[in-house]
Design a protein around this ligand. Structure first.
Ligand code: ZN
Length: 351
């Protein structure tokens, strides 16, 4: 294809010459048309270039965004990894702490169990102490009964301990409270017991000092002496077939055996008393008097203060008597008593 100008400068003629035998062909194109075609081509090129530039820009922007997102993702991933590591550390620390706590709980539980065992033992011991204290209180009452002493802790409102069995479901705190109550009660009970025993001691001392003035000492020094006549109704040795009420006891022993004051007192009579022969009467106070008859010799005079067991006369057979013996009588408020109810039985020999 070639461009050829003909007559007019404003027109281009395009002649097409084939390589065959065929006729050439020519085409005429105006300059304006060429301009227009060039303009269109330019516009197309510009448009394509602009579009390319635009799409390049978009792509680049997308790429940049992707790159930035990718790096942000990378950072997030790293952060997550760090967090995970931290979490792992925390978990292992927690696990360690938990095992320490578990150990602590176990030892605490053990300690509590030991404490509970000790509290149980304490309660059992307290129960034992209480029953022993109660036995002590019983024996105090028994001693009083045996001696014939009144009083004592009965009716005085001694410590009353309400001991009860420890239930299976009783909490440790309740057990501790109960143990405290028992210990407090024991202390109170002991206080009462101390008071009661101290009162008993005083009562016994008073009792023994009062015994000094109650005729109970065997009135003959020789323990071989024999009772030849008891207290009460008996046949009269001086009237055939007759009876008399014997208001004393006859104790036979060798002539000259020592006769002893059965209790402390003051001699209210010492001398001859008819059928009783040489006699002594001692006033012991509290209404008690004793009389010692048929003596061989009197060793004290009226008004003499004599101690319990003191030698006051010698045995004989003066007055209405059939042999060496002592007629011993005890009076209370003027009435005769059976001396055997008062005398120390261990020293007597009934014959
Ligand atoms: Zn007699």
């Amino acid at each position: 294809m070639t461009k050829k100008s003909k007559k007019s400068p404003k027109v281009f003629t395009l002649v097409i010459v084939p390589h065959s035998q065929k006729q050439s062909r020519s085409v005429s194109v105006s300059l304006n048309t060429v301009y227009a075609v060039c303009a269109v081509l330019l516009a197309v090129i510009l448009t394509i270039t602009g579009y390319r530039a635009y799409t390049d820009h978009i792509t680049r922007r997308n790429l940049e965004t992707a790159v930035s997102q990718s790096s942000s993702l990378k950072r997030d991933k790293q952060h997550i990894a760090e967090l995970s590591e931290e979490l792992l550390i925390n978990v292992s620390q927690l696990s360690a702490e938990n095992s320490v706590l578990a150990d602590g709980y176990d030892s605490l539980k053990q300690e509590l169990e030991q404490t509970e065992t000790q509290v149980d033992a304490l309660i059992a011991q307290a129960g034992d102490v209480i029953s022993r204290l109660e036995k002590l209180s019983d024996s105090e009452s028994e001693i009083r009964r045996q001696i014939g002493l009144g009083g004592g802790n009965e009716g005085k409102g001694g410590a009353v301990i309400h001991a009860y069995a420890v239930g299976e479901n009783m909490s440790l705190a309740d057990k501790l409270d109960y143990a405290k109550y028992l210990v407090g009660s024991i202390a109170q009970h002991i206080e009462y017991a101390e008071q009661n025993w101290s009162e008993l001691r005083t009562d016994i001392e008073n009792y023994y000092s009062s015994l000094e003035y109650i005729p109970h000492v065997w009135p003959v020094s020789d323990s071989k002496s024999v009772i030849t006549s008891g207290y009460g109704l008996r046949s009269d040795p001086f009237s055939d077939g007759g009876y008399e009420y014997h208001e004393g006891i006859d104790i036979a022993d060798e002539y000259g055996t020592a006769i002893l004051a059965s209790a402390s007192g003051i001699v209210s009579f010492a001398g001859w008393d008819g059928g009783f022969g040489y006699s002594i009467v001692i006033d012991h106070g509290n209404g008690y008097k004793t009389k010692y008859s048929h003596c061989a010799k009197l060793l004290v005079a009226k008004g003499t203060e004599v101690a319990q067991g003191a030698k006051i006369a010698l045995m004989g057979s003066s007055g209405r008597s059939t042999g060496s013996h002592l007629d011993f009588r005890v009076y209370r408020d003027g009435k005769s008593l059976n001396p055997m109810d008062l005398l120390d039985k261990a020293r007597s020999k009934e014959g």
